[in-house]
Design a protein around this ligand. Sequence first.
Ligand SMILES: C[S@@+](CC[C@H](N)C(=O)[O-])C[C@H]1O[C@@H](n2cnc3c(N)ncnc32)[C@H](O)[C@@H]1O
Length: 292
Amino acid sequence: MSRVLQTFISELEQDRSLREPDRLRERSHALDRLEAYCLDGSLHEAHADAAAEAGLRHRIDILRAELEAIDGQLYQSIRLDIQCGAGAHRLLEWAHATAPGHAGTPADGESYDHLDGLVSGVLQIDEPELQLAGLSAEMVFYQPTPARHIFDMIARTALDERDVLIDLGSGLGQVPVLAAICTGARCIGIEWESAHVECAQRCARALNLDQVTFVQGDVRVADLSAGTVFYLYTPFEGAMLRDVLDLLRAEAARRAIRICTLGPCTAAIARERWLQAVGPWEMHRPAVFRSA
Ligand SMILES: C[S@@+](CC[C@H](N)C(=O)[O-])C[C@H]1O[C@@H](n2cnc3c(N)ncnc32)[C@H](O)[C@@H]1O
């Protein structure tokens, strides 16, 4: 292990291409491997004496700081473009380069990748400061949609300025925020946890996004009348999902709507006879349905 680790570190130290801003994916893999070496005892194995181990650890620390600083500069430059209203093409370029099925990108499932690192570094959504209120039975706890699926959803729904996207159970808000940056659509997030709503609002304000709003409340009693596209990353299940589907069906009686889903709720929604799937669907990728 000693030789493999030493060679790996030396290669990273000398690899100039890794310092190019667009090598985000490669930096992410390198940082993951360095972290794994630090955690799995390889450093200790590689060097019997403490001084040599400390030397190797020091080199790893310098490398990590350098690579993270390059990522930080990239995130900051995209953030500045968003604040000036010019962020869409920057984000969509990255999304395109890492579209599902692209080499090295996990196509489906709930895993996260370097695109989530980019979104997190760009949006800089705070951790909630307030105590969470807690969820009742059938509400699903917060878990963010992996970024590649958000961009896939944006592409598949072709949201534009005639649309109003409503994220039902919006958590920390990254779906409405990214959709607002990348499309002309008005975007609304409805979320039960007020601590999450506060973080989402702060993020939207800091990015100068005025076409995105967040509302605290239970989706079952929220105003859904503006929505043309509804997004559900399995926010609830059982009778609560049934109640919300009945509300959406009532909305669909007034105007055509589309519903985009991810996760286990997709199977339940696919059974609704008032909806038609737009193309084939599967649970671990965004699926799109439209009212018949
Ligand atoms: C799986 S997370 C999805 C978060 C976000 N939509 C995303 O994709 O990144 C589900 C969210 O729904 C919220 N939630 C669950 N039941 C709700 C309800 N009845 N009304 C409003 N929000 C709810 C939870 O607090 C949680 O933040």
